[in-house]
Design a protein around this ligand. Structure first.
Ligand code: AMP
Length: 293
């Protein structure tokens, strides 16, 4: 399939192929369709690669805005990492190209759009739906961690839904490829683990914490440490001030899993393969990995 060929940047050419063998994409290779959405740095369009007729999402970023916000390095890292990941629950990045003013990312098209809109519509998800999603994300994160990639920014806004209803982790803007412990402050407030709030070293277990927050938000419709003031959210995270409201009614098995992921000592968080074996996941997650409504 034509679209499988990767990026054109000579600096990123891998050892197994040379720049000459690689397809150099241009805008002329695509028929551009309807806009799919607007992000901070540009627009995303439905597009079709002319040769293969493969449908993709084309993300168009303005170089001037990337420069102004000093995120070129972050984008480079995102492209480098995401283009090497192959998992059914991780959005594919097929390649990229650029012209004088713009950078174009050729992305897998997620036909059912953004998960957070679904969550807003439903307010909260059923236990079957939440468990199916959490299991698929645990599998995707096990895959990432196996490749020494930490996502660090798992939250509803970064999840898209494919045509079959499968979740796709998108946005690797904050992810890192690392063998070392990191000290950088990143991620979004409500999903930040205590070790990142306190700027101490962190490792791949930050993603277990975020998965715990996500599980809570799926089931209750709000993240667990939400507060009016940022300083209160920080305090609640650091103290792991975890409370389970009486409504909506959530099973004790689900609360047990959340409590085992939201543990301050990152080394004591339930490992992802154990998340998959937890009774709430086993009893509720659809074995196909896809929530069909
Ligand atoms: P972003 O710049 O990544 O925040 O994207 C802006 C919006 O475009 C998102 O909120 C989605 O609604 C839409 N979008 C981005 N990427 C895709 C994709 N791969 N498939 C479908 N819709 C997308």
């Amino acid at each position: 399939m034509g679209i499988e060929t990767e990026s054109q940047d000579e600096r990123q050419v891998s050892s197994e192929s040379t720049a000459a063998e690689k397809k150099r994409w241009t805008l002329n290779d695509f028929d551009i369709g309807k806009p799919l959405g607007k992000g901070k740095f540009g627009h995303v369009y439905l597009a079709r690669e002319k040769m293969s007729k493969h449908i993709v999402a084309l993300k168009v970023l303005f170089k001037s805005q990337l420069k102004q916000s000093q995120v070129e390095h972050q984008l480079r890292r995102e492209v480098e990492i995401q283009s090497h990941l192959r998992h059914p629950n991780i959005l594919r990045l097929y390649g990229y190209f650029y012209d004088q003013k713009r950078v174009y990312l050729i992305l897998e098209y997620a036909a059912k759009g953004e998960l957070y809109k679904e969550l807003q519509n439903c307010k909260y998800f059923s236990e079957r739906r939440a468990a199916t999603y959490i299991a698929s994300l645990a599998r995707a994160l096990i895959y990432c961690h196996g490749k020494h990639v930490i996502h660090r920014d798992i939250k509803p806004e970064n999840l898209l839904v494919g045509a079959e209803g499968e979740l796709k982790i998108a946005d690797f803007g904050w992810s890192v490829h690392t063998f070392n412990r990191r000290r950088t402050m990143c991620g979004t407030l409500d999903y930040l683990p205590p070790e990142m709030v306190e700027s101490v070293e962190h490792d791949a277990n930050v993603d277990i914490w975020s998965l715990g927050i996500l599980c809570y938000e799926f089931l209750y419709g709000v993240p667990p440490f939400e507060a009016k003031e940022h300083s209160d959210t920080y305090r609640r995270i650091v103290q792991v001030d975890l409370k389970f409201p009486s409504r909506p009614i959530v099973s004790s098995a689900a609360k047990d899993l959340i409590s085992r992921m939201l543990v301050k000592d990152s080394s004591q968080r339930l490992p992802l393969h154990k998340v998959l074996e937890h009774q709430w996941i086993v009893q509720n997650a659809d074995p196909s990995g896809v929530y069909r409504g």
